[in-house]
Write a new protein. Structure first.
Lengths: 310, 431
């Protein structure tokens, strides 16, 4: 099996509230997987089921080909959305304690912690108390603790909340490095734009149901609508250009910059064939820019939700 | 875990015995100081009925004024600064004298002095009335003798009055200890759960260990920490107490005997302290100590486990400590009930229906049963079946409560921002 995690028809109810209904998904090994959806969609419930914090009412979860069992916990690293540390405990002690909970020996945990502390250049924090650290600093410790036991599967719930852009990038790089080492990674977030560039696969969850899943590039291909952004350097009158193109293609959002003699617009093509418009544009002036607008995960999500509810 | 290494915990562990002993020493010291102030009461006796009834004691002495009138006596009492002036006017009968007598003081007189003076009058009046019906003063003195009934068990061993008191004292102390421990360390467990919840570390931890394991670990860990603390306290407190008493030469007897009731034991009844101590020590070793200690440990562990699981569930259900009140009250209630039932009912009749009932009911049995147990097991004590039944009931309750608490705990630790009602808690049980 090339899947690190497979969920098969997982449902979960809390009283009358349905948190997950019949969710199935397959997460390939060694990829970055985005679990996307608005707040309250059921992402966290699903993650808690994967972490065996709660258990599905129906359905099964398989980890690395085996039915999920308690010993798999040591192979999963989880950074919850609601995260924190013991405030009055020292950084080093606490990291050691949490690492030992994951089954590492004290000596091994110490060695790996030293490696990570050096990597983040925070070696002098060892004897500080968490309450002396800033929120961002504490989050770094938490990240280290999450990845310390070298899990096969890493789960990050809203990973970049609480980080400033510089540290968010640093964490992003670390996550990519871990992926290079063969780790599978799940991102769960409602801020879809924040992980879009990282994820190879995504699942969209909305109101406890799966809307769509698959390879992000495939999804985008399916959702693109032949809209192109054009930037044209031209001496011609803008009105003339508009008229000459508008006959065959539909132009929106046109802006003409007189000083730069630049005409920017968006055009809707009838198909993905671009040769007709390109030859037309070439005859009118110099094409500075011609690119397809690829829908963002956000757009796709909104579009799907709309089409489902209408 | 984190608690034990906390500085304040360590400090309190070693400081509390010192504080405790300090308090006791301070109280003893203050009592002595308070007592040692000698008050002087001036007696202006114009009647024929009182002559040598006013005998000075350690804390009150009397000065008799003669042949001056009330005005003068009052002025001189004030100018010298004596405590008060007792005026006994001249009347033709003792009854009239007594009702016309007045005590003048600067401020409200202390109850001790009042009682002493009243007793002098009462004694005199009783003597007078008895004389009227033909009882001489010698006969009166003979009547006044104290009486103590001698008791023995059917087995024939001579019983001493002290034993029942000793039993009550030891049983009460054990019961009280359990209650205190449950309240203090149950609170620890609860606060520790709330801390993990509010600091949001809980989800990190339960992705590594099962919530049930975490809860039990916390309860057991806290109880061991608490036991260690208790052991240190008891050991060092008793050590310090002995040292302090030796150093300061303060007599606990001063504190034990309420001066208002007993007519100053130091002077009037020169009982040698050693023999009394020996008597208590002997009584103490007459108790079924091994049984007591063994059952103390059993009841203590089971009772603590039951209550602290409830505390853990409460901690998991709420977001902060202020919300705990509505849930804590129902826990404290059976504990208080047990203590009161123990003190008011069990001591009077250790094997009556109420005592038996409460010593079987699991939420009160750890305390009440320990109050009954100093009487021993079997004949004349707690029947063996009752002891076993209560332990078995406790174990069953323990399993049930831990199971329920674990369910509430599992759901509660991940619930934020809601102040749950009992109904919601009930719903959580079904998740």
């Amino acid at each position: 099996m090339s899947h690190i995690l497979v969920a098969d028809g997982v449902s979960k109810k809390f009283g009358n509230h349905t948190a997950l209904s019949n969710i199935s998904l397959e997460i390939p090994k060694n990829c970055i997987y985005g679990l996307l959806g608005p707040n309250g969609a059921g992402k966290t419930t699903l993650i808690r089921i994967i972490n065996q914090i709660s258990f599905p009412d129906t359905g099964k979860v398989y980890f690395d080909g085996e039915a999920l069992a308690s010993h798999h916990i040591a192979a999963i690293g989880y950074l919850p959305e609601e995260r924190g540390l013991y405030k009055s405990m020292k950084v080093g002690e606490q990291a050691l304690y949490l690492a030992q909970l994951k089954g590492l020996s004290k000596a091994e945990a110490k060695k790996r912690l030293k490696y990570w502390f050096d990597r983040f250049e925070i070696g002098d924090w060892w004897n500080k108390k968490i309450q002396e650290l800033s929120k961002g600093m504490a989050q770094k410790i938490q990240f280290i603790v999450t990845v310390l036991h070298k899990p096969k599967l890493l789960i990050f719930d809203e990973p970049f909340s609480g980080f400033d852009p510089i540290n968010a990038n640093k964490i992003k790089d670390e996550i990519l490095a871990l992926k290079e080492q063969g780790t599978s990674i799940i991102f769960s977030t409602h801020r879809m734009e924040s992980v879009e560039e990282l994820c190879e696969y995504i699942t969209l969850i909305h109101e406890s149901e799966k809307l769509l899943d698959g390879k992000l590039s495939d999804i985008k291909k399916a959702y693109k609508n032949n809209v192109f952004n054009v930037s044209l350097q031209t001496e011609e009158n803008a009105e003339n250009i508009l008229n000459s193109i508008n006959g065959d293609f539909q132009i929106t959002n046109s802006v003409y910059n007189i000083e730069e003699k630049q005409f920017d617009f968006t055009v809707q093509l009838p198909s993905d064939n671009t040769s007709a418009i390109l030859s037309k544009l070439a005859s009118l002036g110099n094409i500075n820019q011609f690119n397809e607008t690829i829908p963002s995960a956000n757009d796709i999500f909104i579009q799907t939700v709309k089409s489902k509810t209408v | 875990m984190a608690k034990v290494r906390n500085k304040s915990f360590v400090i309190m562990t070693f400081l509390s015995p010192i504080l405790m002993v300090g308090m006791i020493v301070l109280i003893a010291f203050l009592t002595e100081v308070n007592d040692s102030e000698k008050r002087i009461v001036v007696v202006l006796n114009e009647s024929d009925y009182f002559s040598n009834e006013f005998n000075s004691t350690a804390s009150v002495s009397y000065i008799k004024f003669r042949d001056i009138n009330l005005e003068q006596a009052r002025d001189s009492t004030i100018s010298i600064g004596y405590y008060g002036l007792l005026h006994i006017p001249k009347e033709d009968s003792l009854e009239k004298v007594a009702s016309a007598a007045f005590l003048y003081t600067k401020e409200n007189p202390t109850s001790y002095i009042l009682e002493r003076l009243e007793r002098i009058f009462e004694n005199r009046l009783r003597q007078e009335r008895l004389q009227k019906i033909g009882v001489s003063s010698e006969e009166f003195a003979a009547i006044e003798k104290n009486f103590e009934i001698h008791t023995a068990t059917f087995k024939g061993e001579e019983n001493v009055k002290g034993l029942n008191m000793m039993k009550a004292f030891v049983g009460g102390a054990f019961g009280y200890l359990i209650m205190m421990f449950i309240i203090i360390y149950g609170g620890f467990v609860m606060r520790s759960v709330i801390e993990e919840k509010t600091s949001r570390i809980i989800e990190v931890i339960i992705s590594s260990v099962k919530p049930f394991q975490l809860m039990l670990g916390k309860i057991i860990g806290t109880s061991l920490a608490g036991l260690t603390q208790f052991a240190i306290w008891i050991f060092s407190a008793s050590l310090l107490l002995v040292v302090a008493l030796l150093l300061l030469d303060i007599d606990l007897g001063v504190m034990a005997s309420n001066p208002a009731i007993s007519a100053n034991p130091m002077l009037n009844m020169p009982t040698p302290q050693e023999s009394e101590m020996e008597f208590w020590a002997k009584e103490f070793f007459n108790l079924p100590l091994l049984l007591l200690l063994g059952s103390f440990i059993v009841y203590f562990i089971l009772g603590y486990l039951i209550y602290s699981s409830i505390y853990a569930a409460i901690g998991a259900a709420v977001d902060n400590e202020t919300d705990t009140q509505q849930f804590i009250f129902p826990i404290i209630l059976p504990l208080m009930l047990a203590i009161y039932v123990g003190f008011f009912s069990v001591f009077n009749n250790p094997h009556g229906p109420i005592a038996v009932g409460f010593s079987l009911f699991p939420l009160t049995s750890p305390i009440v049963m320990l109050m009954r147990l100093p009487g021993g097991i079997g004949e004349g004590g707690v029947p063996l079946w009752q002891l076993l039944t209560s332990i078995i009931l406790l174990i069953i309750t323990f399993l049930g409560i831990v199971w329920l608490a674990a369910k509430i705990y599992r759901v509660g630790i991940l619930m934020y921002g809601k102040k749950p009602t009992y109904r919601e808690l009930f719903k959580w049980l079904k998740y």
